[in-house]
Write a protein that binds this ligand. Structure first.
Ligand code: B12
Ligand code: SF4
Length: 466
């Protein structure tokens, strides 16, 4: 059987693969599904990556030439329109091709996806086992339900991601992020699935997808995969794509020990949370020793009222302390802040700017709250009729540019973002420029050069302090 997997991210245009780090990333979910299906005998799997094609005509031509029996299409909420268009074209070329979809959006909005005739099957949840079972049924001519509930796999029983499904040597040529700080070749790693927190702008999508329990792979398995990647790609930087690497103390202690013992030297970047960092200063020290250079922390707001409203599960004091801890151990903090939530007042916005002024994270960026399907706040905005999002396409951009919900003074937020960036550069003009680049210059070479210069500057400052 000929199987195709389609990746159609709206955030990257046609003919964009290999141009920037943002447009050259892999999709670990597709890589994992491919690896599992191949390990169960479905070896003829090819990727159709829209970022490598010139347009929809090229897509149609590719589908016609490759004559797939089954095609799996992945989609986040923002990709919905593109995924539907891809499915319609596949059906137009050959109505007998079985079209299956899965990913975040079919999982958090199954009814909407089910209503699209172009999909023969919709897999809700994790896809490795269910997709492979479905392939077996199609091959053997057995009937299967249209809506299929995914099965949570034991992560240690899954084969390593099939990264070569994508042009992985091209992907590794780009630093994952902040090129002045992280040298290519670079690789990404996912060591766990799930999140135990309940931030209302994000949860419960992780529970809907991965279940109530956060599952970690064995450290040995992660190290084995890293060894394989080292031998193939000689990577210099490593980015963990887990929600938060600091969720499991024992795991992290073992990882630090094993990473160093196995001679890994690559710089690490990872996501974490303020409360977890405060509880685990010793681990941050260990992580820093083995190579953690940057930690991305969702501080979100400087107003405790807003943190409580969004059920962040951390406090303003913890944000300050976590930043101090990281700085003490030479770890660069990238603070992530969110403005424009429902009920946020000007005082709350000012509290966020004051927090930045107090804790001075070396790097920070802003997003405007966006009601994303799968989150509690999405439901909240639906009930109160607050959303200004007209099309799924608009969900691809959380940057501080377009209005997202009613009742928010976006002109005021725009000034607040500029004011916050001005703190970093001690210049209002540069603050304006940073906001402009963040909001408008999305993927181009100019953005890359500016980020390179900025990250080099951050690196030099950090080294000088230590
Ligand atoms: C890595 C990552 C990225 C990477 C890579 C893209 C990718 N999809 O992998 C990059 C940096 C490019 C990225 C970009 C964005 N991301 Co992102 N990303 C993640 C992250 C952190 C990990 C994804 C992952 O690899 N998970 C592990 C794998 C195993 O799970 P999975 O991808 O869900 O795949 C499983 C199932 O979904 C299913 N499945 C997936 N595809 C398919 C296909 C078929 C046919 C089948 C049967 C099953 C199936 O089976 C897979 C294996 O079990 C998640 C959060 C998370 N931890 O999940 C956010 C997340 C997916 N991203 C999100 C968002 C919003 C974005 C952006 C819009 C952010 C932005 N504003 O810039 C962009 C959009 C990019 C675009 N489409 O144009 C949201 C999506 C919310 C939603 N409702 O859609 C998430 C959930 C984060 C969040 N908490 O809000 N992202
Ligand atoms: S924002 Fe992060 S910590 Fe909060 S629920 Fe989402 S993934 Fe978990």
């Amino acid at each position: 059987m000929r199987i195709g997997l389609v990746y159609c991210p709206i955030g990257s245009g046609f003919a964009s693969f290999g141009k920037t780090h943002w447009t050259s990333k892999i999709h670990p979910g597709l890589c994992s599904i491919s690896a599992y299906a191949k390990s169960r005998g479905h070896e003829d799997i090819q990727l159709v990556d829209l970022r490598k094609l010139t347009g929809w005509d090229h897509f149609k031509e590719t589908i016609r030439k490759r004559r797939f029996d089954v095609v799996g299409i992945t989609m986040m909420s923002c990709d919905f329109n593109r995924a539907v268009k891809a499915a319609q074209i596949i059906k137009e070329v050959n109505n007998d091709t079985v079209v299956v979809t899965g990913g975040v959006h079919p999982t958090v909005a199954p009814a909407e996806v089910e209503s699209c005739d172009c999909f023969d099957h919709v897999i809700v949840g994790e896809g490795e086992i269910s997709f492979t079972n479905l392939l077996d049924s199609i091959r053997d001519g057995r009937a299967e339900n249209r809506m299929i509930t995914g099965i949570h796999p034991n992560l240690d029983e899954l084969p390593f991601e099939d990264r070569e499904l994508f042009d992985y040597s091209v992907t590794t040529r780009f630093a994952t992020n902040f090129p002045g700080l992280f040298k290519p070749p670079s690789v990404t790693m996912i060591a766990s699935r799930g999140c135990p927190y309940h931030c209302r702008f994000c949860a419960p999508h992780a529970t809907t997808m991965f279940g109530d329990k956060t599952r970690f792979r064995k450290v040995e398995s992660v190290i084995e995969e890293l060894k394989l990647l080292r031998s193939k790609y000689h990577f210099n930087s490593l980015f963990f794509w887990d929600y938060s690497v600091t969720l499991n103390r024992k795991w992290l202690q073992e990882f630090c020990e094993s990473y160093a013992r196995n001679g890994f030297k690559a710089r690490i970047s990872a996501n974490s949370r303020a409360d977890a960092i405060c509880r685990n200063e010793d681990l941050m020290k260990d992580l820093s020793k083995v190579g953690l250079k940057m930690v991305h922390i969702g501080f979100e707001s400087g107003s405790q009222k807003m943190l409580d409203f969004m059920r962040k599960g951390s406090t303003v004091e913890q944000a300050i302390k976590a930043t101090e801890i990281c700085k003490k151990h030479g770890i660069i903090v990238r603070g992530l802040f969110m403005l424009g939530l429902p009920t946020e007042t000007r005082e709350d916005v000012q509290a966020t700017i004051d927090l930045i002024r107090r804790m001075k994270p070396q790097v920070y960026s802003f997003s405007y709250f966006t009601p994303v399907p799968g989150s509690y706040f999405y439901e909240y905005c639906q009930e109160k009729n607050l959303s200004l999002i007209k099309s799924h396409d608009e969900l691809a951009d959380y940057g501080p540019s377009k209005p997202k919900i009613k009742g928010v003074d976006y002109d005021y937020l725009k000034q607040a973002v500029e004011e916050a960036h001005a703190l970093q550069f001690r210049s209002r003009l540069i603050g304006k420029l940073v906001r402009f680049v963040h909001a408008r210059v999305k993927r181009g070479r100019l953005r890359y050069i500016l980020i390179w210069l900025f990250s080099k500057w951050v690196e030099i400052k950090n080294r000088w302090r230590h």
